[in-house]
Every structure is written in structure tokens, then in C-alpha cells.
Design a protein around this ligand. Structure first.
Ligand SMILES: *Cc1c(COP(=O)(O)O)cnc(C)c1O
Length: 427
């Protein structure tokens, strides 16, 4: 029997990424603490996907909650054109300290908008300079968000099919997963030869891990090589760290593993510790200066109602303080060690095609009958299996992945691993 909340939900609400026709009743969650969520009946669920890759320090963290409450009592929102506020400035200071090769930060409110801002910066930069560069390069398995610009630079597939003709043209190169590195490099070089030196404006990429594309992982070395080629050709490099940022890959940013630094970085998801919708796009002084002019038409025409929302800024500050207070990056390295031991232990399983680890993310690619990809049937079976065990895992097609809050304990990690082992045993 569905609860009253579930009935009302069904009457009123359209949920994301869900075929509503045959959706199971949505589970009303009423409380969160640490790695756990609690439903209306008090049932406990282990959040092994950090509530869509957002949570960092755990649910309901009292330090985060107190910081947001304190900010709400002082100033909850202010128009960010003509005005500023102390929390926006402090967060900028703290973030740019961790991104010392960038000098400016542009705030927005979600991952897709952080990406839109980055793309528009790269394109308008050349327009302001009177150059005709307008092509963007991306990986063929990329995911950069659901707004039109972000969809345009994302993989052409089931997510984007209904809008295909309306997306702007993008040049896709192979994702440089092991074995395809040289091909990616060759195709990037070939594109530059084909278009000449003054056509490609930017290269956008998810550093080291392509999330929605199936937790595809590649090396910092090949990313450095690709960025080298871009730098030699004045192509703006845009690191979409929306998922990988804030310790997700074991360092503060995934590009911290690289010797080369991107010109623009997109941040969201973990930026508020997972408490509030918020985002930032950071860039070099050089990019910023290309918009300085006596001509008003060269300003950056972009902004959102909630740009630099004070509550989001306060959450961002508190989350960065927790990184120091709680040794958060050490926790991510511990999780990586557990993941690696687990990956080694299941490596030989006959139902597994590949198992890979980067930082706090472990991905297990299953061998499957029929088509792979996001809509693969095994996904529903796996999801239900783990939900029966009160573990929230949300496989991407035939890829089961764990992407936990960094506070997840050894015991809880082992519970997740052993549920996955059970699942593999039944295949
Ligand atoms: C989730 C995600 C986005 C989009 O962020 P939203 O907040 O969902 O709009 C963009 N890029 C990457 C790499 C992501 O994982």
C-alpha cells in the first residue's frame, strides 16, 4: 500500500530521468545522517551514490546546517549585479587559493549553468578579439548537463536524440580510455589540421572520469598530452569538474593530477558539500581581461537570479572548512584503498568485463547480452537487488558504480562490497 505522501507525489510531481508510466512509487525520505537516509517509516538506506554525486561530508552534517542557518539569519539573497556580499568574497578567496592558476570566479547555480558559462566565455572571448573561432571539441562519451549548450557538447545518444537537429555542431574525438589514447590524440591533431589554426575555440572534457558516459576512466598523462596540443594552438581548455571536483578522485580536483592546467574550470555538485544548488566557473586573468573594454557590447552577457546566492556561498565556505577540520582528502585516499582491494578481489569474476577505480569511484562493467548502454535491462534488476538490501546504487546500464559520501565507514563500505559480490554470484 502506498503512503499518503506517495499518493500525493504521484498526483503532483514529474520526476527527473524517470519513465513515469511504470515508475515504482517514490520513496519519501524524511531525514539524513552521515551516509544514511531514512524514509517515512524510519527505514535506513545506505546512500552509495552520494545522492546524485553531490554529498561530500555526509547528510545532515551539523556544521554545514549551522553555517547555512547563520547565513539565512543575516542575508539570504541579494542581487549580484551592482552588489556583492562577504560570503561571496570569502568563498572566492578560499576556492581560488586551491586553484592558484585561476584569478577570477563566476558564480551560477548548477552544473549545467557552470558549463554554459564556460562555453560562452570561450566563444565570446574570441568574438571580443574579432576572431572567428567557433568550434568546440569534446569527447564522444561526454556528459556536460541537460541545457541546450551543455547537451550540444555531450554525447549524441538516447539523452539528446529528441533534440538532435537543434544542437550546435561539435567535433567529437574518441574518449582516451586505455587503448584509445593515441587515437584521441591523432584525431585532435587531425581536426586542427583540417580546420586550420583559427577555427577551434575550445576543448571541453571531464577530467579522468566521464561520469554519465559510464564511469569511463583515463589517465592524467593522456589528458596532459591533449592539453599540450590545445595550448600550442590557442584552444581554450575547459575542465568540467562538476562531478570530479572536491576530492571525488582523491585530490581536490581531478586536474590536480595533471602537469597542465585548464584555462576554465566548472564546479558544482560537491561545491556546497551537497547541501544546496550552487556552481562556479573559474578562469584565468587572461580570459577575464578579454572582456574588459570601453565598449559595453563586450561585457559577459550572462547571469542567473540566484548568482552567488549567500546561502550557497555559506555552504561552500563551511564545506571547505570541513575539508581542513576533518581531513577530508585523507578519507578519500582511504576509500580508494578499500576500492582497490575490492576491485582486485572481484577482478577474475566471469561476469565482469572490466573493473576500474579512480579515487572514491569504483566502476564494475558487467558482460551483457544484447545492447549495452544506459537502457540496458540489467540496470533495473541490479537496482532492485540493492534496494532490497537498503543500499542505494543506481547503475548506468550495465555499469555498477559506487560513489560514496567521504564519511562512509569501513563497515558500510564492506556492506556495499558484499552486496555487489552477492549480485555477481547470481549472474
Ligand atoms: C552532473 C553533471 C553536470 C550537470 O550538472 P547539473 O547540476 O545536473 O546540471 C555537468 N557535468 C558533469 C560532469 C556532471 O556530472
Amino acid at each position: 500500500m502506498d503512503s499518503e505522501l506517495q499518493n500525493k507525489d504521484r498526483d503532483l510531481i514529474w520526476h527527473p530521468y524517470t519513465q513515469m508510466k511504470d515508475a515504482l512509487p517514490f520513496i519519501p525520505m524524511v531525514r539524513g545522517e552521515g551516509s544514511y537516509l531514512y524514509d517515512e517509516k524510519g527505514e535506513q538506506y545506505l546512500d552509495a551514490v552520494s545522492s546524485w554525486w553531490t554529498n561530500i561530508h555526509g547528510h545532515g552534517h551539523p556544521y554545514m546546517a549551522a553555517a547555512i542557518y547563520a547565513q539565512a539569519q543575516k542575508l539570504e539573497q541579494v542581487i549580484f549585479a551592482g552588489f556583492t556580499h562577504p560570503s561571496a568574497i570569502l568563498l572566492a578567496e578560499m576556492l581560488l587559493q586551491r586553484i592558484p592558476f585561476h584569478q577570477k570566479i563566476f558564480y551560477s547555480d548548477n552544473g549545467s549553468t557552470a558549463v554554459e558559462v564556460a562555453i560562452k566565455m570561450a566563444l565570446q572571448l574570441y568574438w571580443n578579439k574579432g576572431q572567428q573561432r567557433k568550434k568546440i571539441v569534446a569527447f564522444k562519451d561526454a556528459y556536460h548537463g541537460d541545457t541546450f549548450g551543455a547537451m550540444s557538447v555531450s554525447a549524441r545518444g538516447v539523452f539528446t536524440a529528441p533534440f538532435q537537429n537543434l544542437l550546435f555542431d561539435v567535433e567529437f574525438i574518441p574518449t582516451p580510455v586505455p587503448g584509445d589514447e593515441q587515437q584521441a590524440l591523432n584525431e585532435l591533431t587531425a581536426l586542427i589540421e583540417r580546420y586550420g589554426p583559427d577555427e577551434i575555440a575550445g576543448f571541453i572534457f571531464e577530467p579522468l572520469v566521464l561520469g554519465s558516459g559510464g564511469m569511463l576512466m583515463y589517465s592524467a598523462q593522456i589528458l596532459d598530452d591533449l592539453i599540450d596540443v590545445c595550448k600550442a594552438n590557442n584552444i581554450i581548455t575547459i575542465a568540467d569538474e562538476v562531478m570530479t571536483g572536491f576530492g571525488r578522485t582523491g585530490k581536490f580536483l581531478a586536474t590536480d593530477y595533471c602537469r597542465n592546467k585548464p584555462d576554465i574550470i566548472c564546479l558544482s555538485k560537491g561545491i556546497t558539500g551537497g547541501f544546496l544548488p550552487f556552481a562556479a566557473t573559474t578562469c584565468t586573468q587572461e580570459i577575464y581581461e578579454a572582456f574588459l573594454s570601453n565598449d559595453k557590447s563586450k561585457m559577459f552577457f550572462h547571469g542567473h537570479s540566484y548568482t552567488a546566492n549567500p546561502l550557497g556561498c555559506a555552504a561552500g565556505i563551511a564545506s571547505l572548512e570541513l575539508f581542513e577540520k576533518e581531513g577530508t582528502l585523507d578519507k578519500t585516499m582511504q576509500i580508494e584503498k578499500w576500492h582497490r582491494a575490492f576491485a582486485d578481489s572481484i577482478n577474475e569474476d566471469p561476469s565482469i568485463k572490466d573493473v576500474r577505480v579512480t579515487g572514491t569511484i569504483v566502476a564494475i562493467e558487467l558482460k551483457t547480452e544484447g545492447a549495452g548502454g544506459y537502457l540496458n535491462n540489467i540496470r533495473d534488476k541490479a537496482y532492485a537487488f540493492f534496494m532490497d538490501r537498503k543500499i542505494i546504487l543506481r547503475p548506468l546500464g550495465n555499469i555498477i558504480y559506487i560513489l560514496p559520501p567521504f564519511c562512509t565507514s569501513s563497515n558500510d563500505m564492506q556492506r556495499i562490497y558484499s552486496a555487489i559480490r552477492d549480485f555477481l554470484g547470481r549472474l
